[in-house]
Design a protein around this ligand. Sequence first.
Ligand code: MG
Length: 285
Amino acid sequence: MDGMPCRPVPRFPAGFAPWTALAAVLAALLALEALLGASHASQEPSGPGYTDTPLLPGSRWRVHDAARPRPEVVRPGADCGAPPSDAVVLFDGSDLGAWSHRDGREAEWAVADGAFVVEPGSGDLRTREEFGAIQLHLEWRAPTPPEGESQHRGNSGLFLMGRYEVQILDSWDNPTYADGQAAALYGQAPPLVNASRPPGEWQSYDLVFTPPRFDDDGGLAEPARITLFHDGVAVQVHQPFLGSTVHRAVARYEAHPPTGPIVLQDHGQRVAFRNVWVRRLQPAP
Ligand code: MG
């Protein structure tokens, strides 16, 4: 982690007095609150919220429902990229206990200096736990000096549910086909922009992924979708996957269970990883 700044430093135009303006806004809000409080006093339940408002469409909750469960408190990590309190930490810098190879062998990738590195020829790694809808954070670094070109330079991959690949590639000054560069849904959707850092520098993926849903007969009801930030830059926005990742073919879906492992690809190049964590996403009550 590099302790990336989370809070931008505020800048005010010359002559602007922020505290005076803030006080004026607060006074206006307090006045408004008093006004609203008076008009709604007779409707106020014992806790904050209402019991006499209309039902939200498609929901058992009312508008401003006093009985609706409040979202659970989650403390954000101290730095951008640090795991929040409810994260499943998949790698904290010390060991690969959360991972195995796809065939169940103990992970053979090397751990050093708070990172782990692809061991070429050993095979992909998969999480021992399985996941459905998730938020995921992962940091990766392509080897330097760079070797090879196109798909043979710093290639790995992040396979969601073991099937849906977000490409990991050294895409710094390394032309390749658009749907195969870093942050592409491989063979399906290029990233909106190329937000790559040079090889040897740590890069980050932050994403939200929702799995596909299938009908009882195995047909596709809803595709898998992803929103992805590469080094903090939005590169995939609610983008559907066309199906399980394939090479030189059009992807298609086949029905599978509602959870699956997170997989990191051994593509023969020593890509490094660190600070990997995931949060299971549940629909709000
Ligand atoms: Mg790959």
